[in-house]
Design a protein around this ligand. Sequence first.
Ligand code: ADP
Ligand code: MG
Length: 255
Amino acid sequence: MQPLLEVRHVSFSYHTIHGETPALSDIHFSLSQGEFAAIVGPSGCGKSTLLSLISGLLAAESGQILLRGKNVKGSNTGIGYMLQKDHLFEWRTIRRNALLGLEIQKRLTPENLRRVDDMLDSYGLGAFKNARPSQLSGGMRQRAALIRTLALEPDLLLLDEPFSALDYQTRLSVGDDIGSIIKKERQTALLVTHDLSEAISMADRVIVLSKRPARIRQIVPIVLSIPDRTPMKSRSAPEFKDYFNLIWEELNRHD
Ligand code: ADP
Ligand code: MG
């Protein structure tokens, strides 16, 4: 079967008046339908740059990026993005925020409306449909932002350090929430984070990058011997700390 996303030998440099900054070097991996992968790497190594290339905002200097076999450059419709800030509009209710993308794309069909209402109900926002964003906790806001993105049924969801503005405890429970929703919806996703535990707890595979210019050091499949895996339960799996140590050493290897 054709992979959903193929990143083929991609390299990229920024060119400014001060010179050239190589950001990515020969990045090569693919993602299957329904898979959840995480990318970890040191701060400034090129992670956000890679997501910009995958979403078609930037063009690769060499190599190719294909979504369902088609070049992403110029046709970035199948991609959903989730960022640190939830970008909810305060003057809109939670339901109308969740419907915003569909409204812009003129896709407010009865079927889509029902799907969004179902998601709001199933993911604990049913009683808050008519509330304003400021009445919700940070975690609930992130859930509303996720539903707004999922409403558009993206082929691929990109998450760029979506929890890094939250304090540690909130971060754990929001990560658990968001990770579980993505799995339940069978959404193919690529999460960028500098938090190893977050990556291991949420992902099927962890792609470990070197410092800038980012190269792939290793791709680690995460297999945990626990039933009904959720991000929170993953953290107490017996293999969790072995994966942590393995990836930690990989990130701190100097060569
Ligand atoms: P990360 O997300 O891993 O922290 P980025 O992808 O944001 O890293 O950035 C990688 C490198 O590219 C950094 O050294 C950064 O300074 C540089 N960079 C990012 N954006 C630009 C830009 N628009 N122009 C020039 N250099 C940039
Ligand atoms: Mg970044």
